[in-house]
Design a protein around this ligand. Structure first.
Ligand code: FES
Length: 130
């Protein structure tokens, strides 16, 4: 009886990591099935930009752009527009409205994201990186 119980417990201990791995794989597959996430945000006026969480909607010259708000320096969220530039609050990196680096310590510009106006033209759909 004890041997049978011990054998059952050993089997459970062996199967537990397999069950955990299967749950992780199932979660990954579900997130792949959903496709890349999108954000729908107000379309900025020409020459303006708006920070919306993980994305920035910008329109430097009449063509709307989507940018990642993740600062390429250490990953803080660029969250404001100041004097026509996008500013990272952590260490002061500054970016042009098209995402180009203007001032470090970041060594590169903001990542561009796929974006398209909604049918009514009032908002932008910005696709998050996969
Ligand atoms: S994280 Fe943005 S400047 Fe350092």
């Amino acid at each position: 009886m004890r041997r049978r119980r011990l054998l059952g417990l050993s089997l459970e201990l062996l199967l537990l990591p397999l069950a955990a791995a299967a749950a992780v794989m199932a979660g990954r597959q579900r997130s792949l099935d959903r496709g890349p996430a999108e954000r729908v945000v107000p379309r900025p006026a020409r020459g303006g930009a708006g920070c919306h969480g993980e994305v920035i909607a910008s329109d430097p010259a009449g063509t709307p752009l989507g940018l990642s708000s993740r600062c390429p320096h250490l990953g803080c969220r660029v969250d404001r527009v100041q004097d026509g530039e996008l500013v990272c609050p952590c260490h002061g990196s500054r970016f042009a409205l098209d995402g180009a680096l203007r001032q470090g310590p970041a060594a590169e510009g903001l990542q561009r994201l796929s974006c398209a106006p909604t049918p009514d033209g009032a908002r932008l759909t910005i696709r998050l990186p996969g």
